[in-house]
Design a protein around this ligand. Structure first.
Ligand SMILES: *Cc1c(COP(=O)(O)O)cnc(C)c1O
Length: 418
């Protein structure tokens, strides 16, 4: 569908076009009903057993423990890594804060590692640099942003060389593969999320994946209040109430057979944007097509430097000045919103977050030096994460978006550059 400039489309979408909304198929209801009928509505039951088995089969990992959220799984992974107060953990900088908060739950200190351009994920060169600066560091948390795998083999081998415990936050990348191997398998402990806007969902939920039997057993115990084998409630270790409910497990169990379909749909959306925006001064969120298969959870664009109109952002607000031939994330997001479509800014890097402003940050951008003070970064514009945040945005990526709706969104974006 093409729109002439004068026909200005431009009636808002009747029903909102979402960034990424849940897609139910009917099987979920059946498994939830079975749980209700058999009264297995708590944190034990057939749905949980089957879901953990499915998660193992799908990724190829040996053990899976179903938990209440991806964040809970990350917390358990940080506990498995043995993080104690004051311990440093190298973390992806450009990510959702759930990736890094569990380090603070244990009173550790995050050292944020800048992104690279090829995948927007943790830069292996910056990670290697960080180990030179802080050689005693015992753990690394790497996230696969928007469903695109990080350079996982490089990151894994740097961790092995330095004796560090690798945690892979595959919350956004379920179904994505790197060199033919599933994401969620590359760390000692790995995390997926079934939160409401992820590629499949149980409304909430998370999973810890590991090949180590002792680790799976520990998490199983810790997440159910750390009961010892005794006739009464006997506790030798700190416990948590992190287990998934058998009802939620029923929803996710019903979703698993549609995961590959969702990936196909998301991939088609990404490809249509790529084609439709080809002649604009933008690029899509990148991946290395010869070695990785993303799950294409969210389609994003990065506006070329010379096509950015002026945009300033404070902590909570943004302003821009419209300019012919140029645009910026704020203009595009506000315009999409006007037409009842939901986009989203790129995750604001952790080193720019007030809560983490004092944490070290390591980048090798610019002249190749390591910056280790977030305040310095405020004045220096040459780190990758900040640049992607300023010039990038997530586009509506809902798998129920029609081709006509997506064509209109492309046209709306095109108009922002007029
Ligand atoms: C969604 C998400 C999480 C957290 O998962 P929840 O299930 O919402 O707790 C963690 N890390 C990343 C990168 C995520 O996108």
């Amino acid at each position: 569908m093409a729109f002439s400039e004068t026909s200005i489309i431009f009636k808002p979408f009747q029903s909102r076009v979402w960034l990424s909304s849940p897609t139910m198929h009917g099987d979920e209801q059946k498994y939830v009903q079975e749980a209700l009928d058999s009264n297995w509505v708590s944190t034990v039951g057939e749905n949980l057993n089957c879901l953990e088995k499915l998660a193992c089969e799908y990724t190829g990992c040996k053990y899976a423990v179903a938990l209440s959220a991806g964040t809970a799984a990350l917390h358990m992974a940080v506990r498995l890594a043995g993080i104690k107060p004051g311990d440093r953990v190298f973390c992806s900088d450009l990510t959702f804060d759930a990736t890094v908060n569990p380090v603070a739950y244990e009173k550790g200190e995050q050292v944020f590692i800048d992104s690279e351009r090829d995948t927007w994920n943790m830069d292996p060169a910056a990670l290697a640099k960080a180990f030179e600066l802080y050689p005693e560091t015992k753990a690394v948390i790497v996230a696969n942003l928007y469903g695109t795998p990080a350079k996982l083999d490089e990151i894994k081998s740097i961790c092995e060389k330095n004796g560090a415990f690798l945690i892979e936050d595959a919350a956004e990348s379920l179904g994505a593969t790197y060199k033919g191997i599933s994401t969620g398998l590359w760390g000692e402990a790995n995390v997926i999320s079934y939160n409401g806007n992820k590629i499949i969902t149980g409304s909430a939920g998370g999973m810890l994946l590991t090949d180590h039997r002792e680790m799976a057993e520990k998490v199983r115990k810790w997440s159910t209040q750390s009961r010892e084998k005794a006739p009464w409630y006997q506790h030798e270790e700190l416990g948590y109430n992190y287990r998934m409910s058998n009802l939620i497990a029923g929803v996710i169990r019903g979703q698993y057979s549609y995961l590959d379909d969702h990936i196909e749909q998301k991939k088609a959306i990404y490809m249509r944007y790529k084609k439709g925006l080809e002649d604009l001064p933008v690029t899509m969120n990148p991946f290395l097509s010869d070695i990785m298969k993303p799950n294409f959870w969210l389609s994003c664009i990065l506006i070329n430097k010379d096509a950015m109109c002026r945009q300033v952002r404070s902590g909570t607000e943004a302003l821009y000045i419209s300019e012919a031939g140029k645009s910026c994330p704020t203009e595009i997001l506000e315009t999409l919103a006007k037409y009842n479509a939901e986009g989203r800014p790129i995750w604001k890097p952790m080193h720019m977050q007030p809560i983490y402003r004092m944490n070290p940050f390591v980048t090798v951008e610019g002249n190749g030096r390591a910056k280790t003070n977030a305040y310095a970064v405020e004045r220096d514009l040459d780190d990758v994460g900040k640049d992607i945040f300023e010039r990038g945005l997530c586009l509506p990526s809902d798998n129920k978006m029609t081709i006509e709706e997506q064509d209109m969104i492309i046209e709306i974006i095109r108009n922002c550059f007029n």
